[in-house]
Structure formats: C-alpha cells, structure tokens
Design a protein around this ligand. Sequence first.
Ligand code: ASP
Ligand code: MG
Length: 440
Amino acid sequence: MKVLKFGGTSVGKPERMHAVAKLITADPDAKIVVLSALSGTTNALVEISQSLSEGKKVQAKQQIDKLESHYRAFSEQLVSGAAGREKATAIIDEHFEFLNIILKISFNEALNKDILAQGELLSTKLFCAYLEEAGINAVLLSALDFMSIDEFEEPEIPRMKVRLTALIEQQKGQTLFITQGYICRNAKGEIDNLKRGGSDYSASLIGAAIQASEVQIWTDIDGMHNNDPRVVKKTFPIDQLSFDEAAELAYFGAKILHPASIWPAQHFNIPVKLLNTMQPDAKGTIITELPNGDGAKAIAAKDGIIAIKIKSSRMLLAYGFLRKIFEIFEKYRTPIDMITTSEVAVSITIDDQKNLEQILKELQPFGTVELDHHQAIVSIVGNEVAATPSIIKKLFDSLNEIPLRMISYGGSRHNISILVNGQYKERTLQLLNKGLFNLD
Ligand code: ASP
Ligand code: MG
C-alpha cells in the first residue's frame, strides 16, 4: 500500500482536483490518498477564528460568506451532473451551516480547532463527490476515526495502526482510500490538528502506521531544490537525499516538506518521494536511508532566529554550567537549534520566542546575557560535507564578505550551519550558490 499526499495548490482549483483523480488512478496499486485543504482555506479559517476570538461577529460573518461563495463557485466547476451538484451542495451546506452556528456560540479553544478542521473535511468530501461522478470507486476514511495525539501532542502510531488496519479490513477488495491530512483527535477526544503544514506529517504517520511501501508528497515543485528558488536565480532538483539530510533541510527552511514528517518515515524505513503534480513525470526527489553521493547537496535558510549569548567567568573550568542553562530552555519547552561555546561564554539560537522573557529572566543569574534578534541560520547539507576539506574551503572562501555570527561544524558529518544577521541571508544564499554549485 502506498500513501499519496496532495497539498493545497494540488487541489486548489477544480481542474487540479481532476488531475489528482487521474494521477491516483494511473496505476492499480492500493493507496491511501491524503488531502490538504484547498489553498487559502486554512488561512481563511484562521482569520475567521481570530475574528470570533475578538468578538468581531460581523467581520467573521463576512469572512464566512466570502469563503462559502468560493466553495460554491469551486464545486460548480468540479462536478457537472445533477447528482454530483446535489452532493456537493449538500456538503457545502453542511459545513457552512456549522460555521454559521459557531457565530452564535461563545468562542473557545476547542471551537477554534473545529473551525480549522473544516478545510480538510471539505476538500476530501468534495473530492469524493467528484470521484463518484467520474465513476471512480473510492472510500473516504475520516482521519478523526484513526489519527490521534496524546496529552503531549505526540502522535500515537501504535493506536493508529490498530484503528486504521481495522478500517481498511472492513473494506475488502477496496484499493483506493481518501482521507484528511492535518486533522486528528487529541487526548480528550476533541478535534485537533498537527499544526500548520501538518498534512505532510499526517501522510508519513499514516505510512508508518500501515507500513506503506512508500509515501509520496505531491506539491507544485519538482522536488527539493539545492537552494531557495525565491532567492537565487538558478536551482536544480536533488535526485536523492538521506533521511538525515532531508530532515535538516526541512527543518532549516526548505518549505517543501514539514520537518516533522521525516522521523516516522525514517523510523519505519519508508521511502519518501517528493513529486510535482504539474509535472507528474519529473523524477522529483527520493528520500531513503541511504547516504548517497558526495559534496554539498543543498542549502537552506531559516529566518527569525534569536541568538542568546550568556557570558560568565564562572563558566571557566566549571562543570554543570551548560546543564543548568539547558534546563531553563527545557522548562519552557523551547528547542535550541545551534550552539557554540568558548571557555567563558555560550551562544545558542532559538526560533520560538513564546517564552523568551521568562527564559531571559532565569538566565540573568548566570552572567551577562546578550540578545540578537532577526538572525538567520544558513545550513549546508550533503553527505560528508563536514568531513570534506575542499567543501569547507569553498564555503568560507565564498563568504568572505559576510560577517558570521556563529558557526556550527562537526555536530554531524552531513551538516554545516552558520548564523548570519537576517539582512545577509539572501546574499549568503547567492554567494553559496556560486561558490558550492557554480550557479548564479
Ligand atoms: N491545511 C493545513 C495548512 O494549511 C495543513 C496542510 O496543508 O498541510 O496548514
Ligand atoms: Mg505544505
């Protein structure tokens, strides 16, 4: 069984949905198809929720109406027969009735999650209405019946496995299943989600739960590129990445894949393919366990990073100093991305500023604390990059003009990360494209 996930732009227009139907029926293999919401929908739902949380009901009503007319127009082009239109209308009626009822009740966090879930519920149901009209036999599985997270918001793969296997077994002979990305149930049994962009994560969790032969992530770009196409002129898709390389790239800024979606695939050793709906025959990128090839494969950058330096003469020859500092970050559940130390100071970076104030307060007793906002981590990834002297030389030669705030080298053999002020991010990516790939 394969898992195929289609993102918002891949289902965002009626003709794109028709193309997805063609794609998933091109071969007879059994598959679970995971869909995102139509592009723009989750953002619109976030705005509706925001208006409601601020008590702006008139504004929320306008936003709901606007979204509703988008869906009415969408469905008119999606299905053409009377039966299909009737089905689609009933689906839209049901979900917008729900949103309109919500206008009348008092807002809370659980309701917020209910609102956010509407996008994936709508996209999957409308897609199934189209499949039915097109005479394609498929079964809609509700992610709310099998996807779940525990009280720490961690996915429960073993439970998902039991539930999903049972649901599939009930449909003997069926080879095509459709389900929602992003949404799940939490430990209280309420509707919840895997955070923004979480449909990729859904796909790899489903892949892990059913031991899929592969997970395909279909987007609108032909795989993971060697650099950010929005910043540098020439980029190329990477044929192959190891899970470790892909995880670093996804985490450090490559927008094509949700960073959390790597570990389930890696843990259960399921190949992940990044493919392009607009160019289904393009090779894309395949991610497997295998480290492959030599040299730098890709560069990615992550913005909005905060660097914190703690300087203390008490750190000199002391042990336990770092532990005490790390415990503060642990207490506030704030991940640290980069770290460098000298004998009297330690610099670390974070990108989650939610608890920054409390963290800084607790760091004060340890020494002088300095803060740099608006930093960017630029990560160079590739098999053995950090163990290949010629790459290191090229890297630093090409960055002559850029002031480097931190360098993380040797943490793993396939990654070198540097921290630069955000204003140098684009220039750094351009210089590295030239220096490492000889491209403009
Ligand atoms: N629809 C959700 C979002 O926009 C999940 C996803 O598309 O991955 O964040
Ligand atoms: Mg996405």
